[in-house]
Each structure stands twice: as C-alpha cells, then as structure tokens.
Design a protein around this ligand. Structure first.
Ligand SMILES: [Ca+2]
Length: 234
C-alpha cells in the first residue's frame, strides 16, 4: 500500500474512532477443527501472484441439498479493519438479497484462526455469496462482492479453490490495498458432507508454488545463460 493511502486510512480511522464497534458480532462464534496445513496451502496458492491461477472461478456457493453453511476464519493481512458478510443471489449472480454482516471486525484481537460462524440452514438450490466492506469497522462503505458481476467494471475481489480431500472451499479476499488476495482468508464448508456444487471452483494447487515469481524464474535463468554465452563469444 502506498504511503498516501496508509495516511488516508489512518486519518479515516482517527476521524471515525467512535464508529469502530470492536468485537461485537451478530452471530455466535464457535471453533471448528480445520487442518493446520490450510493456512500454509492458502498462502502457497494465493500469495506472490499465485491467486491469478484462481481468478477465473466464480466464487458463489451453490447448495445442492438443504444445509447450513460454516464459515471459518483462517487469517488476515489487511491494513484496514474490514468486515465480512454473506448475501443470497441467483444463478447469474445479479441479485443481492438479505445481505448480512457476520464479522464486524476482522482483526486478531477479535478473530482467531478456526473461529466459525454457522449460517442458515438454507434450502437446496440456494446461491450464497460474500461481501467485504473495506475498512468497514472504521467508517468505510465500499462493498466488494465475491461475484465479479456485482462489482464496478466486473472487478474480481475474491479468488477461491476447492480442496476435494478436506471437502472445503478456501476464499481469499483483496480489499484494494495491494494485490495479494490475502486480506481475509476463510474457509467455507457444509457440515454433513459436500452439499454444494464444486465445479465453480478451481482445485487446490497440488505441489510447489504457483506464484508468478516461480513462473518467471525459468525465463530469468535462460536469459542469464544466453547473456553469459554472448559475453563469452565476444
Ligand atoms: Ca491486499
């Protein structure tokens, strides 16, 4: 994030101190025993430009059977104090119905890894998406939807992958500061089996790193070799 942006955020937070609601939630928080490797996988798959491999996904959760939906906090790297909620939509991701905030302050003093909210239950056929309010707990109002069709210029704010072994979807959110899609990482699952459509999501990256840095590395080495040969031939 640029210095001017940081100063603006700081000024906004100071000016709206009384708007900050600290750790209050409309939903009870429970702990869910998700795998400790999920954080590492999320970072491996999303960080350093790796998120670009997941950008074609349409991160809307489509229930194939009646079920509740569990949303589990993994980590956050944001400068802002963001908020997260869910909404109900249609198959083409054009409607925003029943928007409901469930995390009002996404910061470590309010949320820890594995903290979970249980939403619903919702009937089979429900399309559920997420929205983030950038710096919402400090007065921000900009909403970023998980469905690009609901954002200005089709902006992609969320990436996601489905892990078939753990039977969960991991979402990464970009709040507009930087380009890492790890401002909020969270997992979504249905408690009694895979009661949601998985074809919308890319699958977990299986090995190594998918970062743009690693994709760039072979080109760098070849360029260095060519340069070395040219110098030797002089
Ligand atoms: Ca960011």
């Amino acid at each position: 994030m640029k210095l001017t942006s940081i100063l603006l955020v700081a000024a906004l937070c100071v000016a709206t101190t009384f708007a900050c609601t600290a750790c209050t939630y409309p939903f009870p928080i429970v702990q869910r025993n998700i795998s400790s490797t999920i954080i590492a996988d999320a970072k491996r798959c999303f960080d350093n430009g790796g998120y670009k491999d997941y950008i074609s996904a349409i991160p809307t959760f489509h229930l194939t059977q009646t079920s509740s939906v569990e949303v589990t906090f993994i980590m956050e790297t944001a400068t802002w104090t963001n908020q997260l909620g869910y909404f109900l939509t249609d198959a083409s991701n054009t409607a925003v119905n029943s928007p409901t905030l469930f995390w009002r302050n996404i910061k470590p003093d309010c949320l820890k890894a594995r903290d979970t909210v249980v939403l619903g239950p919702f009937p089979a056929g429900t399309y559920l998406g997420f929205y983030l309010i950038a710096n919402g707990d400090c007065g921000g109002t900009k909403k970023l939807y998980s469905a690009p069709s609901l954002n200005a210029n089709g902006h992609v704010a969320t990436v996601a992958f489905y892990d078939g072994t753990r039977e969960e979807v991991t979402f990464g959110y970009e709040d507009g500061g930087g380009d890492d899609y790890s401002d909020v990482l969270f997992n979504v699952a249905t408690p009694n089996g895979v009661f949601f459509e998985t074809t919308n999501f890319n699958t977990l990256c299986t090995s190594g790193t998918t970062s743009s840095a690693s994709r760039f590395q072979p080109i760098l080495w070849v360029s260095l070799l060519v340069l070395t040969f040219m110098l030797l031939l002089k």
